[in-house]
Design a protein around this ligand. Structure first.
Ligand SMILES: Nc1ncnc2c1ncn2[C@@H]1O[C@H](COP(=O)(O)OP(=O)(O)OP(=O)(O)O)[C@@H](O)[C@H]1O
Ligand SMILES: [Mg+2]
Length: 266
């Protein structure tokens, strides 16, 4: 059985917070080489970009007592929208004047974040973990706009092995002290243990579910695996939801300019 939004609503009870659906409309690259699917950057005043702002707001309020600073985004299976969600969420947080954010490609099996932003993939996270480069290499200046990025880095044989190493926890602590938010992309939970390992070291895991595609059983298995690893998701994002825009969104662009005083101007 495939997951549809109605089912997704029913699993809200098992998770602390529901994050709203988003969907993607563009696929081209802009002139800076940024993929059109990073719609929060390409078309900052669009309805879809607004959905990512709602996601950002929900992330801010997810755990007010213990603020969440390090977030792993994962899903049960491949191709469910993890990387696109990471890129849009990170860029949206970077628009907030008060927040410093870093996006990290911890999917060292299928690196993609560099290509979404037209950046080289090396050096990156794997090189940091193996001690070949220092964190400062990525934190002296932002890679795009105000967003700092650590790509996946040089290919390595066994990412799960290196993620289990003792270097990771101190590195995450260092990232945490330098940034307000760190967003980690990761491989699918049912195929690899990487997200479970990383999730147990970070403040929150967010599970991406693809509407009309991800199966209920796959979600359940992913939840079990993450929970066993002390990485129970704190929220879900539903991708692949198609909304028909109603006429009020046509006025959105004009309203947004007035409302977003806490944001940097596009
Ligand atoms: N919110 C969304 N709504 C609709 N389609 C989406 C959404 N997010 C991503 N997609 C589409 O889903 C496909 C997979 O996206 P993405 O590369 O982010 O998935 P992934 O889970 O990171 O895949 P992989 O497991 O291969 O790393 C892309 O074609 C992307 O455009
Ligand atoms: Mg991906």
């Amino acid at each position: 059985m495939k997951v549809f939004p109605e089912f997704f609503n029913s699993i809200r009870t098992t998770l602390s917070r529901y994050l709203p659906p988003v969907y993607i409309v563009h696929e081209d690259f802009n002139k800076e080489g940024v993929d059109g699917r990073v719609i929060a950057y390409i078309d900052r005043l669009s309805y879809v970009a607004e959905q990512y702002k709602t996601l950002r707001t929900n992330l801010y309020s997810l755990s007010p007592e213990n603020p969440i600073k390090t977030v792993v985004i994962t899903s049960s299976q491949p191709w469910e929208g993890k990387t696109v969600t990471c890129c849009n969420l990170a860029i949206t947080i970077s628009y907030d004047k008060e927040k410093k954010v870093i996006l990290i490609d911890a999917d060292m099996r299928k690196p993609a974040i560099h290509s979404f932003f037209g950046l080289p993939n090396e050096p990156g996270f794997s090189d940091l973990l193996s001690g070949k480069v220092s964190l400062e290499k990525f934190t002296t200046k932002p890679a795009i706009g105000d967003l700092f990025i650590i790509p996946a880095g040089s290919p390595i044989d066994d990412p799960a092995e290196i993620l289990s190493s003792t270097n990771v926890d101190p590195l995450i602590k260092k990232i945490k002290s330098a940034f307000d938010y760190a967003i980690f992309d990761s491989p699918p939970v049912l195929e690899f243990t990487d997200a479970s390992i990383l999730g147990s070291l970070c403040d929150a895991v967010i599970l991406v579910v693809k509407a009309a595609s991800t199966q209920e059983q796959a979600i359940q298995e992913a939840l079990n695996l993450l929970s066993e690893a002390q990485a129970t998701p704190k929220a879900c994002v539903l991708t692949n939801v198609v909304h028909l825009l109603d006429s009020r969104y046509h006025f959105y662009k004009y309203k947004q300019k007035i409302r977003s005083t806490a944001e940097k101007e596009p």
